[in-house]
Write a protein that binds this ligand. Sequence first.
Ligand code: CMP
Length: 139
Amino acid sequence: AVERTLSIIKPDATRRNLTGKINARFEEAGLRIVAQKRIRLTKEQAEKFYEVHAERSFFGELVTFMISGPVVVQVLEGEDAVQRNRDIMGATNPANAAAGTIRKDFAESIEANSVHGSDSPENAASEIKFFFSKSEIVP
Ligand code: CMP
């Protein structure tokens, strides 16, 4: 089915000017960028977005990293968009990511792993709502 997923190009990638190269991966895989904005997350936004990880040891560092520079938040649309995007991104830890994935090719570490993507259609819906109003999504 045609789905939408929430993607974030993280500060390690915007710092290295990789937005276009990463967007090309999405488009070449048949995903359409139907909403996109470059923003700086506030500490409060980053904490709220990643609240499921609040008890993890890496939470504080993750929030610090996510507010260390601009991010590009985007909505990707396409057939099986959630899983397709996860396939294109590769494993969370670039050391475990398959050849040809974004994280294998661009990520610096398990934390500075260049991209975030929703892990289920349910989370995609709430993550999209977190950043975008209806009128900002233009299919
Ligand atoms: P993401 O897919 O955005 O979800 C949670 C993020 O936490 C993850 O990508 C990484 O950027 C970061 N992170 C840092 N350390 C770890 C870890 N040990 N395990 C999982 N995620 C981590």
